[in-house]
Design a protein around this ligand. Structure first.
Ligand code: SF4
Length: 462
């Protein structure tokens, strides 16, 4: 496998080989699942919807409910309005969602379907029942990535639900903080909320897939699980003292939208992965009136203690990291902080800001000496690794092919992880997530050492 990855590296502009991203609607679908009693709706062909659902299911090991306009040749020629109208009629009659979140696909974008106009027509025809909502996001897959699709749907939530204040600022609840958590697992969303609540603040996450994509097994099928941000929570975003966007790519636009509509100030933070980023998250909560409790300090202390205990195994080892931009940057900073040397950073999501942010986090000296690439692919990453080998690879499941070809210890982190289970139930963010990350990276390095050790160096004790 991957026998044909060759050197030297040549600049390519019109060819992607093994992209390090997937298409926008997947992100939009995942975001929509984070609204309580929301049914994601794919305006396009059945194949797109099936792919997006199955890809999410393979990561979360949960069924993903979504409807589709089910385009055929007729819709391709004449437009998808009749399909969407019929689809909405069927969805409300059969599944009774409170919200239908429509996202477009390559095909409907190419046709040029005007979703607000079609939804307006649905209202005129009384297809949308009283008190129900249809929101939409444009998610053409020939630009951006699943992260941009996620961001677009989060922005749509703010656009449709947050009431405009017309330049006035409502009296905020000083304890309420709106948080856009980014494209992270449900366990991460739960942990982000737990940390904020531990400071005494009242966080409202949007979207919030905890309790939806990790709903407990009770023996009974529940079409709309208990989790998810409620419509009331979305409509009262104006009460927040601030909106935190965790991750520039996945979350910023939604926070900007809340600020524009309701005057709630935004704070764009890094994903709280690792020691320093979690410190910054909690410090920003503290600035907003949160209290850092002894329990939180002890949690942090346990992470610092673990890092001190094992730093000799990380020091000076080279690491390559790929995946979604907010994840890659946060992981790179954490790796640097525990002694690893990030040498290759790659994301498939476009945006020149990736290099700028890497420079901010790692410093100009380090950033200028390593490979950093936005809108890259896994072929390029493999070439880089062939040129400058690494001791550890961090990324999603697709990295396993490079890891096998180059015999590199590999830690699965980010999205999607298709070939393992249980990962989405345990957080990567926060101090506890960082402890788990250190432990997993150490396991990978020590398993390799054990595998390769001659008998006289095969140690029983760390
Ligand atoms: S890339 Fe476009 S056509 Fe392909 S699955 Fe995604 S939305 Fe559908």
């Amino acid at each position: 496998m991957l026998n044909h990855t060759s050197l030297p590296v040549m600049e390519r502009t019109a060819l992607r080989i093994n992209p390090a991203k997937t298409c926008q609607p997947i992100g939009a679908m995942y975001a929509a699942l984070g609204i309580h009693r929301c049914l994601p709706y794919s305006h396009g062909s059945q194949g797109c919807c099936s792919y997006h659902r199955s890809h999410l299911t393979r990561h979360f090991k949960e069924p993903v409910m979504a409807a589709t306009s089910s385009f055929t040749e007729g819709a391709c020629v004449f437009g998808g309005q009749p399909n969407l109208l019929q689809g909405l009629r069927t969805v409300f009659a059969t599944y009774d969602p409170d919200v239908v979140a429509v996202h477009t696909t390559c095909l409907s974008e190419t046709i040029g379907d005007d979703i607000p106009q079609i939804v307006g027509e649905a209202r005129r025809q009384d297809i949308i029942p009283e008190g129900k909502f249809v929101i939409h996001a444009n998610t053409p897959s020939y630009v951006g990535s699943h992260i941009i699709g996620f961001s677009n749907m989060c922005q749509a939530m703010a656009k449709y639900f947050v009431e405009p204040s017309n330049g006035r600022r409502y009296h905020p609840d000083p304890k309420r903080i709106n948080i856009v958590p980014g494209f992270v697992d449900p366990s991460d969303m739960r942990e982000i909320r737990r940390l904020a609540e531990a400071t005494g603040l009242k966080p409202v996450l949007f979207p919030d897939t905890s309790g939806v994509m990790d709903a407990p097994q009770t023996g009974e099928h529940v079409f709309y699980p208990e989790g998810g941000t409620t419509i009331e929570e979305l409509q009262t975003m104006f009460r927040g003292a601030a909106t935190f966007a965790l991750g520039f790519w996945a979350s910023r636009e939604a926070a900007v939208e809340v600020e524009t509509r309701a005057g709630v100030p935004r704070e764009v933070l890094d994903l709280p992965i690792g020691l320093a980023a979690t410190d910054r998250y909690l410090d920003t909560l503290r600035f907003r009136g949160g209290v850092i409790t002894p329990e939180l300090e002890h949690e942090r202390g346990r992470l610092v203690d673990l890092i001190c205990d094992v730093q000799q195994h990380f020091y000076g080892r080279k690491v390559a990291i790929f995946g979604d931009p907010d994840h890659v940057l946060a992981l790179a900073e954490f790796c640097r902080d525990i002694g690893l040397i990030p040498v290759h950073l790659l994301t498939g999501t476009p945006g020149k800001r990736f290099t700028k942010e890497a420079t901010r986090l790692l410093g100009p000296t380090v950033a200028s000496a390593i490979n950093i690439r936005q809108e890259g692919d896994l072929f390029l990453l493999h070439q880089w690794i062939k040129e400058e080998p690494v001791d550890l690879l961090l990324g999603n499941t697709y990295g396993k092919f490079i890891a096998r070809a180059e015999d590199i210890p590999f830690v699965r982190v980010g999205w999607p992880i298709l070939d393992r289970a249980g990962h989405s139930l345990l957080p990567t963010v926060g101090y506890m997530g960082a402890i788990r990350l250190v432990s997993r990276m150490l396991d990978a390095l020590l398993d390799r050492r054990d595998r390769d050790a001659p008998d006289h160096e095969f140690e029983l004790v760390l």
